[in-house]
Design a protein around this ligand. Structure first.
Ligand code: 5RP
Length: 225
């Protein structure tokens, strides 16, 4: 039998699949929770168009017959559905455990509704490190050095992203007491950071949490600050 966590991921993903209307343009996330979403969508046999946030998701969705298109010439998505590494009480997310957070954030921001699907072990009171980063390859060591003012910043042992970026992780120095909004602001201000894995509450419409007995829908209404 699947572990409880796998069961929770599947329930959350299957609940999200029912939220997709025929004719929609749909953003697909990356990761093991999204891996349950793709077959659930395929079973619905919807006439819909899909945009994938990673080559792995594109391959899995295409293999199951979903109509995956490049994210070019499409300027709005009806809905995007993705997993997360952490979700906190105010709706902040940490994403990017799979290194796809740059494309995931672009897709989430382009969607009318961004739906997050998680198992219950992803819930936190306040998000914490590590925060995944994608850095420009150009000057990556200088960027890492600069980031060390915020905490421990390390290059990830991973291949370059599909966009040529360098993956890294930041363990914020909690001694500075940085709130996620302040940390996000500082990371946004760092020239060599292409993107970071902190997603503000304003980007998310709803978080679907899988539990042993079913799913809980959490509307995200907290302000981004
Ligand atoms: C990939 C992501 C994933 O959504 C996140 O890592 C959660 O993955 P999983 O569903 O496997 O727990 O952000 O970059």
């Amino acid at each position: 039998m699947a572990s409880d966590i796998e069961h929770e991921k599947r329930l959350a993903a299957e609940a999200a699949a029912t939220m997709v209307d025929p004719g929609s343009v749909v953003g697909l996330g990356t990761g093991s929770t999204t891996a349950y979403l793709i077959p659930a969508l395929a079973r619905r046999g919807l006439d819909a168009i899909f945009v994938a946030t990673s080559p792995a998701t594109a391959a899995a969705a295409t293999a199951l017959g979903l109509d995956v298109r490049p994210f070019h010439g499409i300027d709005r998505l009806d809905i995007a559905i993705d997993g997360a590494d952490q979700v906190d009480d105010r709706g902040w997310l940490v994403k990017g455990g799979g290194g796809a957070h740059t494309r995931e954030k672009i897709v989430a921001a382009a969607a009318r509704r961004f739906v997050v699907i998680v198992s219950s072990d992803k819930l936190r009171r306040v998000v914490e490190g590590p925060v995944p980063l994608e850095l420009a390859d150009f000057g990556a060591d200088a960027t890492l050095r600069s980031l060390r003012a915020l905490g421990e910043a390390r290059r990830r042992d991973a291949p370059p992203t599909p966009d040529g970026g360098v993956l890294a992780d930041l363990w914020p120095d909690t001694g500075t007491g940085l709130a996620p909004s302040e940390l996000a602001r500082q990371l946004d201000a760092e020239p060599g950071v292409v993107s970071h894995g902190l997603f503000p509450p304003a980007i998310t419409a709803v978080v679907i949490v899988g539990t042993n007995d079913g799913v809980v829908h959490r509307a995200v209404t907290a302000p981004a600050v």
